[in-house]
Design a protein around this ligand. Structure first.
Ligand code: RUB
Length: 335
């Protein structure tokens, strides 16, 4: 059955990417963003109509459809907006011009994103000192880039990787860092404070950074930062500038994704214990006071400077932000 959104038929390849994001086959804010941009390029390629106006209307529907795959990582709507804003600003005069613009902008975003991961790796490594013991949480490609780059410079003594329940993304990080030749120790989430006294630096990624510098990342990040603060260990957040949220400038809160109880306990256990409610929020908010610096591809900034990044990227015209970043609610997709 072809999938329709706002009366428009969505190409199978786009449906597949959205589904892979929703079900976490594609995961991590950077990869989600690149997949979102790729989905728009594939939608433009697959368009089989003949009218420019119809194409623009179709791309708007596809953009909304892709944007709503997961709620928390702002990198996804920001990637979609990156492409759509360039399409709109161009005022294309033909269908082919519009199609080419979408594909070009998507490719440009993906290239920028991949390059940013490398730059952040290099900038972040400068904050790692010889013999440092690092702790990290979840799986962040950018945090891995920082740690692996510092390791290549001979600085990292060992890394404590938290398992990151319930989806255990820590295992992906442990493998990635071990493949890079690092000395990796996988630890249970509940042991954060126990191990913190052996750690010199915490390096984590981010899904979203709010205008006040608060960092939204995988649930448990705020506890790592809290334990680090108590032990006077520095916490660094590695994040590309497209993870800064323009909607927070106008007072929006970042929605925290809540996933299925079955990620925590299985169906059989739930049936045997019908009176137990299970709640599974998958991101949390680390206040800016617990973050020593955010390492972006544009430089290392204190979290309090997040607003400057947002001003540079988007300006502070409230009505512009509102029209560029119309949020799509899950209910609209009937999920
Ligand atoms: C992943 C997660 C990562 C950030 C940053 O959560 O919280 O720390 O997305 O990742 P999930 P990256 O597995 O639920 O998507 O640095 O790769 O963009």
């Amino acid at each position: 059955m072809p999938v329709k959104y706002k009366e428009r038929e969505i190409p199978d390849s786009v449906v597949k990417i959205r589904e892979d994001i929703r079900t976490m086959v594609i995961r991590g804010a950077g990869k989600i963003a690149r997949a979102g941009a790729k989905a728009l390029a594939q939608a433009a390629q697959a368009y089989s109509g003949f009218s420019l106006d119809d194409f623009l209307n179709y791309m708007e529907a596809v953009a909304e459809y892709v944007r709503s795959a997961r709620p928390t990582a702002v990198s996804l709507p920001n990637a979609v907006s990156y492409v759509m804003i360039r399409l709109k600003r161009l005022h294309p005069s033909s269908l082919e011009e519009a199609r080419t613009a979408v594909i070009k902008a998507a490719e440009e975003f993906i290239e920028y994103s991949i390059n940013s991961v490398k730059i952040i790796g290099e900038l972040g490594a400068r904050r790692i000192s010889n013999g440092d013991v690092i702790m990290t949480h979840c799986h962040s490609t950018v945090a891995v880039s920082v740690i692996a780059t510092a390791h290549k410079q001979g600085k990292v003594h060992k890394v404590y990787v938290k398992e990151t329940r319930p989806k255990m993304q820590g295992l992906i990080t442990a493998k990635a860092l071990s493949d890079e030749g690092l000395d990796v120790i996988l630890i249970p989430d509940s042991s954060v404070r126990y191990f913190m006294k052996r750690v010199n630096k915490v390096v984590v990624g981010a899904d979203t950074i709010a205008a006040n510098g608060a960092v939204i990342n995988k649930i448990g990040t705020s506890l790592v930062a809290l334990a680090a603060k108590e032990a006077r260990v520095r916490t660094y957040v590695a994040a590309e500038t497209y993870k800064f949220s323009p909607l927070t400038v106008i007072g929006e809160l970042v929605p925290i994704e809540v996933r299925e109880p079955t990620e925590i306990v299985d169906e059989a256990w739930l049936k045997e214990n019908p009176n137990v409610k299970v709640y599974n929020p998958v991101f949390d908010v680390t206040p800016p006071e617990y973050v020593d610096a955010i390492i972006t591809e544009k430089g290392v900034i204190p979290p309090q400077a997040a607003i400057l990044i947002l001003m540079e990227e988007y300006g502070l015209n409230v009505s512009d932000i509102l029209t560029q970043f119309n949020e799509v609610k899950e209910e609209e997709l009937g999920e």
